[in-house]
Design a binder for this molecule. Structure first.
Ligand code: ADP
Ligand code: MG
Length: 592
């Protein structure tokens, strides 16, 4: 089992593929999102997530948030201010409360691992962890190290926009699709443009702001409230409480038009109560949204793409729950973005899917893109010869070599069939074509038949005359993949219902073909007196058995009789081959 982990700046989440399904795992409180917060007590005790945030109003200086910002960076390059005090190690690396960013991130990962193991009831030691597309090597390496400190083998570091695209199923778009992923979280904004080619995502361009996210809006909202209430000089602890309330009000305004900001006794006897409307919030958010739009334009320019050239726009990050943000995205990309996924769960879901694919637990993920029924061609005797079995994932390709059944035959009819029945006549015909070849002795002409289904479900049946390399091709649109559910069900249940008789019919046909080939050869050999006296009796008896079984039309007796005849003529056949080889050798020697 491989965990899929979104180790976010503000929030983290973990998932796993369980019984073929990717699921996110909820903690004891039923929450699938764990705040990326770590409380480090004076004696080194640790609390993670909501438990850590609850300590904020008591010990704000001991609660570390946004640690992701420090990952893989040197103290000297940290321009911005950080929520808690940062010191520097002798090597010039940042330390928070005496711990490295990797160690603190490891605490979050350890908690996610604990939740997963508790939910699944087994030890889990492998993970896929996501990082922003712009993370450089040192930041990726630091993330990997954090995983290792938490006892996890990091199987893959996955780009967040790629994870989002996986969650939305964008990996199944047609060839060469381009996708924009707009990710507005708590502390950062990213816009990535991905190109999907041959099943692999490549980042074409990425732009963003590591200091732009929902937290800023909470700050702007709080400043507005404090200004209008004439409040100044807050303690760190009081500020933490007011910020939490600002965030709650902001989130409420995504659902409703008005909300009340209310914090009783935030400092001594002081309380605040103020009503805020969605319009107030949107006024504050407008410049902030415009900034994300500018960054999107930069990324598009970098990738040299216009919005019309994008196949899809995927929206992730908790802040995209805000209606104004959604409008901003729609306006810029001139389309309604896809909101089918939970914005704050899509990345961990994508990581989980990637983990499932890597562990082999998720082979069924593309079940939608499968052949609903088997595809094949009719072969001699009216049998169905399956080339692509049902439930094969597409795109796919399969082929087989066939030969002519009769002397002097100059063409082969290829009937493209769909269905689960053993006999061609019981399946559906999708198309027919003839493959011409030079008149040939039985078994001499060789025709290769290949079926290819592309990602759009178009079946191409190709037949090649091996001798000349001439191809005959037909295309069958959609019929191969777009079959009505009820029809598929009917076909499958028919095949189950008739399984026994169908099988008997197939066995009989196959044995009959074999008998029709064997009997004339045996008769000829016997007529020429090539059989030894010792064999002759058994061969004649076996041949009579085959004729009787053929006349009776019974599958299993015919199969047994053919086997008996085969066995009786085995030694004779070997001698005939030897004789033929000797004769050929002699002819060759005589020729030289
Ligand atoms: P990150 O990727 O930075 O870890 P998330 O994608 O989880 O963060 O987004 C967290 C941000 O989303 C926070 O600022 C939070 O306030 C904001 N958010 C979550 N839900 C809502 C909502 N319903 N309305 C507005 N903002 C929200
Ligand atoms: Mg995120």
């Amino acid at each position: 089992m491989i965990l899929g982990i979104d180790l976010g700046t503000t929030n983290s989440a973990v998932g796993i593929v369980d019984s073929g399904f990717p699921i996110l795992l909820a903690d004891e409180e039923g929450q699938r999102i764990t705040p990326s917060a770590v409380w480090i007590g004076e004696n080194g005790e640790i609390e993670v997530g909501r438990k850590a945030l609850r300590r904020r109003s008591l010990e704000p200086e001991r609660v570390v948030t946004s640690i992701k910002r420090l990952m893989g960076r040197r103290t000297a390059e940290l321009g911005e201010n950080f929520p808690v005090a940062v010191t520097s190690s002798n090597e010039g690396l940042p330390l928070v409360l005496g711990k490295s960013p990797e160690e603190i991130s490891a605490e979050i990962l350890r908690e996610l691992r604990r939740i997963a193991e508790w939910r699944m009831g087994v030890e889990i030691t492998k993970a896929v962890i996501t990082v922003p597309a712009y993370f450089h090597d040192a930041q990726r390496a630091a993330t990997k190290r954090a995983g290792e400190l938490a006892g996890l083998e990091v199987i893959r570091i996955l780009n967040e926009p790629t994870a989002a695209a996986l969650a939305y199923g964008m990996d199944r778009l047609g060839e060469k699709s381009r996708i924009a992923v707009y990710d507005l979280g708590g502390g950062t904004f990213d816009l990535s443009i991905l190109e999907l080619q041959d099943g692999v995502f490549q980042v074409l361009a990425t732009h963003g702001d590591t200091q732009l996210g929902g937290d800023d809006l909470d700050g702007l909202l709080l400043t507005k409230i404090l200004t209008s209430a004439g409040i100044t000089g807050l303690s760190l602890a009081a500020r933490a409480r007011l910020m939490a309330e600002a965030e709650r009000v902001k989130m409420a305004l995504s659902e409703q038009e008005r909300a009340v900001f209310r914090v009783p006794f935030y400092e001594g006897s002081r309380s605040i109560e103020q009503e805020i409307s969605r319009a107030d919030l949107e006024e504050l958010a407008a410049p902030w949204i415009a900034k994300t739009q500018r960054l999107c334009r930069l990324a598009l320019a970098d990738a040299q793409l216009s919005v019309e050239q994008l196949s899809a726009v995927v929206v992730v990050g908790g802040s995209t729950r805000m209606p104004a943000v959604r409008r901003g995205v729609a306006e810029l990309f001139k389309r309604e973005p896809d909101f089918s996924q939970h914005p704050d769960e899509a990345i961990s879901l994508g990581a989980t899917i990637q983990g499932g694919v890597l562990s082999g637990a998720l082979r069924q993920i593309i079940l939608l893109d499968v052949t609903p029924l088997s595809l094949g061609i009719e072969t001699f005797g009216g049998l169905m010869n399956v080339l692509i079995p049902r439930n094969t994932t597409i795109p796919c390709k399969a082929g087989e070599l066939f030969t002519n059944a009769a002397d002097g035959q100059a063409a082969m009819r290829v009937r493209v069939l769909q269905g689960e029945r053993e006999m061609a006549k019981d399946n559906w015909e999708l198309g027919t074509f003839d493959v011409p070849f030079a008149p040939s002795a039985k078994g001499q002409a060789r025709v290769g038949v290949q079926f290819k289904i592309d990602e759009n479900g178009i079946l191409e049946a190709l037949a090649r005359d091996i001798a000349t390399g001439t191809d005959t091709v037909i295309q069958i649109h959609h019929a191969a993949v777009n079959v009505d559910d009820a029809a598929v069900e009917a076909m499958v249940s028919e095949s189950v219902k008739h399984a026994f008789t169908d099988m008997a019919e197939r066995v009989f046909t196959e044995a009959k073909l074999k008998a029709e080939e064997l009997l004339p050869a045996v008769d000829a050999v016997l007529a020429q007196g090539l059989a030894l006296d010792a064999e002759r009796g058994e061969i004649e008896a076996a041949a009579a058995d085959v004729r009787a079984a053929l006349a009776a039309g019974a599958a299993n007796p015919l199969k047994a009789a053919v086997q008996r005849l085969d066995l009786a003529t085995e030694a004779l056949a070997a001698r005939l081959v030897e004789l033929a080889m000797d004769a050929a050798l002699e002819r060759q020697l005589a020729g030289n």
